[in-house]
Design a binder for this molecule. Structure first.
Ligand code: HEC
Ligand code: HEC
Ligand code: HEC
Ligand code: HEC
Ligand code: HEC
Ligand code: HEC
Ligand code: HEC
Ligand code: HEC
Length: 488
C-alpha cells in the first residue's frame, strides 16, 4: 500500500503547498527548499490547484510524476500545463470522477502540432486498424483484443481507433468520427506509449528501452536482436558513446512518422515489370498475370529487385495468406491488409525509405559497406521466401488432392492468417515459419544480429520445411492406403 500523507483537504494554499513539497521530497527535505517552493508557487497559481490538492491524496504517484515532468515543472512558469488541460474541468469532487475526460492525440495537438502530424502519417497510427484486419483477430475473446488491453490490444492501442477501410477507395481509410473510441474509457491516448504518463519525458522516449515492451518476443524481437548486435552492445557498454539506438535509425531528428521499407512481414508489392517478366517463365499463367500486372505499380526496386523465381515464390506465399486468389488476382483481404493497413509498399515508397535509412547508416559507415549490408539482407528475404514457398506448395498440394479438407467457415485453405487456429500439424508448422522463423531470419539480418538471423531464424526454418516435406509424404502414403482399404 502507498502511504498517503495525513492531510485533510483544507482550502489553505499554504497547507497544500507544504504537502506537495514534502511528498515530492519523500518527506525528508524542508519545505523551505527554494526550488521546490518556486515549483509549487507556479502550480498554485493555476486552475488545477484543486485537482492537485485532492489528488495528492487520491493518486499521489500521479502528482509526483506530473511535477517531475516538463509540463508540470516547465522552464518558464507561464508554460505550466495543468491536469485540467488534459482532463477538463467537469470533474471536481470525489464522486463525479467519471466526468473527467481522457486525452487523445487531439488533446496534445493544441501544443504539439508537429509531432501529432508526423505521428498520424506514420505506421504507429495504423496499429489498431492493422490488428483488426487479421482473420485471427475475429475469434478472440474481448479481453485479449479489446477492453482491458491484455493481449493484442495492449500493444496495438498505440494505433488510432475508428479507422475503417473503404472498399471502393483502394488504399484509403476513413474515420468513424469517434464512435469506436467512445466505447473505450481508457487507452485512446497513443502518445503515452513512449512518453509514459504523467512525466511525459522526452529522455524516456529517447531510450531504446522505451520500445522494448512491444518490439520484443515471438514475431518481432527487435529488442533482443538489437541488444545482441554490436550497436546494442556498444549502447549498453556506454549509452553516451553515440552508438545508434532504435530512435537513431527509426525516428531520426525526432521524426514521429515511423515506417520501414520491408515492414513487419518482409512484404512488398510485386511491380508490373516483375509480374510481366514472370510470363516468360510461366507462359501458361499469361492471362492471369497480365490482368494482375494491370493493377500494380510500375518501377524497379533498389538493391535486390525481384527476379521471376522470387515473384513466383512470393505469389505462392500471398496465395496461402489469402491475398491472391486462385487466379492470382488481389483479394478484398489484400486491399485491407496490404494497401489500407500499409503492410506492403510499392517501389516509389520502398526506395525512398531505403535511401533515407542508408543515409543514416552513412553517418557512421561508408557507402559500399552499407550497400553490401542491404544487398545481403534483401537476399536473405529472397532465400527465406524460396524455402517458405516450397513448404507452402506441399501443403497446397494436400488441399488440391483432397487429403486436407478446408475447415468449415474458412475462405482459404491453407490460410496462413488463421495463425494457431490451423487444424493440422503440418499447417501449424507453416504457422511457425510464417510468424516466427521467417520473421527472425530477415529481421535479424537487418538488425545485425547474426544469432537471430541464423540460429533462431534460418536454422529452424529449414528444419520446419524438411519436417513439412516429410509429413506431406507420410500423409499421402496414409491417404493412399486408406483409399485402398476403402477407409477415408
Ligand atoms: C475532492 C477530490 C478531487 C478533486 C478536487 C479532483 N479529483 Fe479527480 N478524482 C478524485 C477521486 C476520488 C477519483 C477516483 C480515484 C479512484 O478511483 O481511485 C478521481 C479520479 C480522477 C481521474 C480518473 C478518472 C477515471 O475514470 O479513471 C482523473 C483523470 C481525474 N480525477 C482528474 C482530475 C482533475 C483534472 C481535477 C481538477 C479539474 C480533479 N481530478 C479534481 C478526486 C478528486
Ligand atoms: C496546453 C499546451 C500543452 C498540451 C495540451 C500538451 N503539452 Fe506537452 N508540452 C507543453 C509545453 C509548454 C512543453 C514544454 C515545457 C518546457 O520545456 O518548459 C511540453 C513538453 C512536452 C514534452 C517534452 C518533455 C521533455 O521531457 O522535454 C512531451 C513529450 C510532451 N509535452 C508530450 C505531450 C503529450 C503526449 C500531450 C498530450 C497527452 C501533451 N504534451 C499536451 C505544452 C502542452
Ligand atoms: C505500445 C507498443 C509499441 C511501442 C512502445 C513502440 N511500438 Fe513501434 N510499433 C508497434 C506496433 C503495434 C506497430 C505496427 C503498426 C502497424 O504497422 O500497423 C509498430 C510499428 C513500428 C514501426 C514500423 C514498422 C513497419 O511496418 O514499417 C517502426 C519502425 C517502429 N514501430 C519503431 C518503434 C520505435 C523506434 C519505438 C520506440 C521509440 C517503438 N516503435 C515503440 C507498437 C509499439
Ligand atoms: C499532458 C496531459 C496530461 C496531464 C497534464 C495530466 N494527465 Fe492524467 N492522463 C493523461 C493520459 C494520457 C492518461 C491515460 C489515458 C488513457 O489511458 O486513456 C491519463 C490518465 C489519468 C488517470 C487515470 C489512469 C490511471 O493511470 O489511473 C488519472 C487518475 C489521471 N490521469 C490524473 C491526473 C492528474 C491528477 C493530473 C494532474 C496532476 C493529470 N492527470 C495530468 C494525460 C494527462
Ligand atoms: C514510438 C515512441 C513515441 C511515441 C508513441 C511518441 N513519441 Fe514523442 N518523442 C519520441 C522520441 C524518441 C522523442 C525524442 C526525439 C528527439 O530525439 O528529438 C520524442 C519527443 C517528443 C517531444 C519533444 C520535442 C522536443 O524536441 O522537445 C514532444 C513534444 C513529443 N515527443 C510529443 C509527442 C506526442 C504529442 C505524441 C503522440 C502523437 C508522441 N510524442 C508520441 C518518441 C515517441
Ligand atoms: C542501426 C540501425 C537500426 C537500429 C539501431 C534499429 N533498427 Fe530497426 N531496422 C533497421 C533496418 C535497416 C531495418 C530494415 C529496413 C528495411 O526494411 O529495409 C529495420 C527494421 C525494423 C522494423 C521493421 C521489421 C523488421 O524488423 O525488419 C522495426 C519494427 C524495427 N526495425 C524496430 C526497431 C526497434 C524497436 C529497434 C530498437 C530495439 C531497432 N529497430 C533498432 C535499422 C535499425
Ligand atoms: C507484444 C506486443 C504485441 C502483441 C501482443 C501483438 N502485437 Fe501485433 N505488432 C506488434 C508490433 C511491435 C508490431 C510491429 C512489428 C514490426 O513491424 O516488426 C506488430 C505488427 C502487427 C501487424 C502488422 C502490421 C503491418 O502493417 O505490417 C499485425 C497485422 C498485427 N501486429 C496483428 C496482431 C494481432 C492480431 C495480435 C494478437 C493476435 C497481435 N498483433 C499481438 C506488437 C504486438
Ligand atoms: C551512430 C553511428 C552508427 C550508425 C548510424 C550505424 N552504425 Fe553500424 N556500427 C557503428 C559502430 C561504432 C559499430 C562497431 C564497429 C566495429 O565493429 O568496430 C557498428 C557496427 C556495424 C556492423 C558490424 C556488426 C558486427 O557484428 O560486426 C554492421 C553490419 C553495421 N554496423 C551496419 C549498420 C547499418 C546497416 C546501419 C544503418 C541501418 C548502421 N550500421 C548505422 C556505428 C553506427
Amino acid at each position: 500500500m502507498l502511504r498517503r500523507p495525513m492531510l485533510t483537504f483544507v482550502a489553505s494554499i499554504a497547507a497544500v503547498s507544504f504537502a506537495v513539497v514534502s511528498l515530492l521530497q519523500g518527506g525528508t527535505a524542508s519545505a523551505q527548499d527554494p526550488d521546490d517552493k518556486k515549483k509549487f508557487e507556479v502550480t498554485a497559481k493555476h486552475a488545477d490547484q484543486e485537482c492537485v490538492g485532492c489528488h495528492i491524496q487520491v493518486t499521489p504517484g500521479i502528482v509526483k510524476d506530473h511535477m517531475a515532468g516538463k509540463m508540470g515543472s516547465p522552464t518558464n512558469a507561464k508554460d505550466y500545463v495543468g491536469c485540467d488541460a488534459c482532463h477538463g474541468t467537469e470533474h471536481k469532487t470525489k464522486d463525479d470522477y467519471k466526468q473527467a475526460r481522457m486525452p487523445t492525440p487531439q488533446t496534445c495537438n493544441k501544443c504539439h502540432k508537429d509531432q501529432v502530424g508526423q505521428y498520424k502519417a506514420g505506421k504507429h497510427n495504423l496499429a489498431w486498424f492493422a490488428m483488426k484486419s487479421q482473420q485471427a483477430w475475429h475469434a478472440q475473446p474481448a479481453s485479449i483484443v479489446k477492453q482491458g488491453y491484455r493481449g493484442c490490444s495492449g500493444c496495438h492501442k498505440i494505433g488510432e481507433k475508428g479507422l475503417q477501410g473503404k472498399l471502393s477507395g483502394f488504399d484509403k481509410v476513413t474515420h468513424d468520427g469517434g464512435k469506436e473510441a467512445a466505447e473505450y474509457r481508457y487507452g485512446n491516448a497513443q502518445c503515452d506509449a513512449c512518453h509514459t504518463r504523467h512525466a511525459f519525458s522526452k529522455a524516456e522516449a529517447q531510450n531504446p528501452r522505451a520500445c522494448a515492451n512491444c518490439h520484443m518476443g515471438f514475431d518481432h524481437p527487435q529488442w533482443e536482436m538489437y541488444v545482441s548486435s554490436k550497436h546494442g552492445i556498444n549502447w549498453m557498454i556506454n549509452p553516451d558513446s553515440g552508438a545508434p539506438t532504435c530512435q537513431t535509425c527509426h525516428m531520426n531528428g525526432g521524426n514521429h512518422e515511423v515506417r520501414t521499407p520491408w515492414g513487419f512481414l518482409g512484404l512488398r508489392l510485386p511491380t508490373k515489370e516483375n509480374v510481366l517478366a514472370l510470363i516468360k517463365v510461366a507462359p501458361s499463367l499469361k492471362d492471369n498475370l497480365t490482368k494482375l500486372a494491370a493493377g500494380l505499380p510500375s518501377g524497379n526496386y533498389v538493391d535486390v529487385d525481384d527476379d521471376p523465381q522470387w515473384t513466383l515464390d512470393r505469389a505462392m506465399i500471398l496465395q496461402a495468406a489469402g491475398l491472391l486468389d486462385d487466379n492470382l488476382q488481389l483479394t478484398a483481404r489484400a486491399v485491407e491488409v496490404a494497401l489500407q493497413a500499409q503492410a506492403a509498399r510499392g517501389p516509389e515508397q520502398f526506395n525512398a525509405e531505403r535511401n533515407r535509412m542508408k543515409q543514416i547508416c552513412n553517418n557512421c559507415h561508408s557507402k559500399d559497406y552499407v550497400k553490401d549490408f542491404f544487398m545481403a539482407s534483401d537476399d536473405i528475404i529472397k532465400q527465406v521466401d524460396n524455402r517458405f514457398a516450397v513448404a507452402v506448395k506441399a501443403v497446397q498440394g494436400l488441399y488440391k488432392d483432397g487429403i486436407i479438407q478446408k475447415p468449415k467457415g474458412w475462405q482459404y485453405g491453407p490460410d496462413l492468417l488463421q495463425y494457431y487456429d490451423a487444424k493440422t500439424g503440418i499447417e501449424l508448422e507453416l504457422f511457425w515459419i510464417t510468424l516466427e522463423y521467417k520473421q527472425r531470419a530477415f529481421q535479424g539480418a537487418f538488425h545485425a544480429s547474426n544469432d537471430y538471423m541464423h540460429w533462431y531464424g534460418w536454422s529452424p526454418l529449414n528444419r520446419a520445411v524438411n519436417q513439412i516435406l516429410e509429413e506431406e509424404k507420410r500423409m499421402r502414403k496414409e491417404h493412399a492406403m486408406g483409399q485402398k482399404l476403402g477407409v477415408h
